[in-house]
Design a protein around this ligand. Structure first.
Ligand code: F6P
Length: 370
C-alpha cells in the first residue's frame, strides 16, 4: 500500500451508508481524474462487502466506459449498505442470535492482495468513522462526505442534501392545492436524523405554515395556535413540515422497528402520524400525514449537487496524488479542502435556533411550535 513517498498505481473506491444523489458523479470524477494520472481504479461493491463476501465479482475495474453518462444518475453503481462495518461484521451465532465480529484484518489482507495502493471512501459519519479506523490500521484512505442530512460540521454542505431539499419542496408545493381544496391540515415528515436541515430548508422554500425540528422542541398547543390563527384569517388549510427527529418539549423522538433481513433495526420515524392525530383531536380539523421517506434519497442530483460531487471527487484524487491520507475533503466557503478524518468526525452540525434562517422563518410568520 502507498505511503506518501511510493507511487500510486491502483486505487479503490467504495460507497457506504445510505445512498445520496451525487454518488455516481463522485465515482465518475474519481475515475476520470485517476485515469488521467495513469492509475487503475477499482470499485469495491456494497460498501466493504465486495472484499469480504467471497464474491469474485465484488471488486470491479472502473474505466471511462464504465462511468460514461452517470453524472446525472441517482443511487450508486457500486451498491451500498449500512450493515457492512469490517470492524463489526454482522453474522448469526450458533443459536441464530445476531452478533458481530471483527473482519478488519481480513479486509486489509484482501486490499493488499489485490495490489491496491489507496482507498477513496465516500460516506456519512458512519462510513467516515470506518475509514478513520482503517486509516489507523495503516490503510491510505481519503474520505468524501455524503449525506442528505447535511449534519457533518466540517463541511458547509454534503452532496445530496440540496437535491433532497428540492424533492421535499416539490412535495410541499404539490400538497398545497389538495390541502386547500379539502380544507385539511397536511403533516409532511421529512428525513434528517437528529438535525432539522431538510425540514427547515424545504419548509421555508415550500411555504410551510409550521416547521418542527429537533433543535427546537415543540408543544402541540403552540402548533394548534398557528392553525387556529390561520382559520381566523380565513385560511382553512395548513401545511406542517416535520423533521423525523422532531420531538415535544421534554418528550422523546419517535422511532419504529424495521426489518433488515432477519435482523430488526430501530429507525426514526412516525412523528408525522402522531402529530396529525394530535392536531385532529385538538382542533377538530381533518388531517392527513405523509412520510416522504426514501424518495428524498432518490432521483437525479440537481446541478449544484453534481458540481459539488465532481469537485469532491477530483479533490480526493488530488489528495491521493499528494500522498495526503487519513483525511476527508469538504466544502469550506468557496473552497474544497481536506481536513483530518478526526476533525471531520469531531462534530455534527445542527440548526441554530437563534440563527438567521430560523429568524427569517419567524419573520415570515412560520411557527416552530415553540
Ligand atoms: O442518513 C440518511 C438517512 O436517509 C436519514 O435521513 C434516515 O434517518 C436514514 O438514513 C434512513 O436509513 P435507512 O436507509 O436505513 O432506512
Amino acid at each position: 500500500m502507498a505511503d506518501s513517498s511510493s507511487p500510486i498505481r491502483r486505487i479503490a473506491i467504495n460507497t457506504g451508508g445510505g445512498d445520496a444523489p451525487g454518488l455516481n458523479a463522485v465515482i465518475r470524477a474519481v475515475v476520470l481524474a485517476a485515469l488521467r494520472r495513469g492509475w487503475e481504479v477499482y470499485g469495491i461493491e456494497r460498501g466493504y462487502g465486495g472484499l469480504l463476501e467471497g464474491d469474485q465479482n465484488g471488486l470491479v475495474r472502473l474505466d471511462d466506459d464504465r462511468v460514461r453518462g452517470i453524472t446525472h444518475e441517482g443511487g450508486t453503481i457500486l451498491g451500498t449498505t449500512n450493515r457492512g462495518n469490517p470492524f463489526a461484521w454482522p453474522e448469526r451465532g450458533e443459536e441464530g442470535e445476531q452478533r458481530t465480529h471483527d473482519r478488519s484484518a481480513e479486509f486489509l489482507r484482501a486490499f493488499r492482495g489485490h495490489g491496491l495502493d489507496a482507498l477513496i471512501a465516500i460516506g456519512g459519519d458512519g462510513s467516515l468513522g470506518i475509514a478513520r479506523d482503517l486509516s489507523e490500521c495503516g490503510l491510505p484512505v481519503v474520505g468524501v462526505p455524503k449525506t442528505i442530512d447535511n449534519d457533518l460540521a466540517y463541511t458547509d454542505l454534503s452532496f445530496g442534501f440540496l437535491t433532497a431539499v428540492d424533492t421535499a419542496t416539490d412535495a410541499l408545493d404539490k400538497l398545497h392545492s389538495t390541502a386547500e381544496s379539502h380544507q385539511r391540515v397536511m403533516v409532511v415528515e421529512v428525513m434528517g436524523r437528529h438535525s432539522g436541515w431538510i425540514a427547515l430548508y424545504s419548509g421555508l422554500a415550500g411555504t410551510a405554515d409550521v416547521i418542527l425540528i429537533p433543535e427546537i422542541p415543540y408543544t402541540i398547543e403552540r402548533v394548534c395556535e398557528k392553525i387556529r390563527a390561520r382559520e381566523a384569517q380565513d385560511r382553512h388549510f395548513s401545511i406542517v413540515c416535520v423533521a423525523e427527529g422532531a420531538h415535544p418539549v421534554g418528550g422523546p423522538m419517535v422511532t419504529k422497528t424495521v426489518r433488515a433481513g432477519r435482523e430488526e433495526q430501530v429507525r426514526l420515524g412516525g412523528i408525522g402520524e402522531r402529530i396529525a392525530i394530535e392536531l385532529a383531536d385538538a382542533t377538530g380539523k381533518e388531517t392527513r400525514a405523509l412520510t416522504l421517506g426514501h424518495l428524498q434519497r432518490g432521483g437525479s442530483p440537481n446541478a449544484y449537487d453534481r458540481l459539488l460531487s465532481l469537485r469532491f471527487g477530483t479533490a480526493a484524487v488530488d489528495c491521493v496524488a499528494a500522498g495526503h491520507f487519513g483525511c476527508a475533503v469538504g466544502l469550506v466557503g468557496d473552497h474544497v479542502k481536506p481536513v483530518t478524518l478526526d476533525e471531520a468526525l469531531r462534530e455534527r452540525k445542527f440548526v441554530d435556533p437563534d440563527g438567521e434562517l430560523v429568524a427569517t422563518a419567524r419573520d415570515l410568520g412560520i411557527s416552530f411550535g415553540a
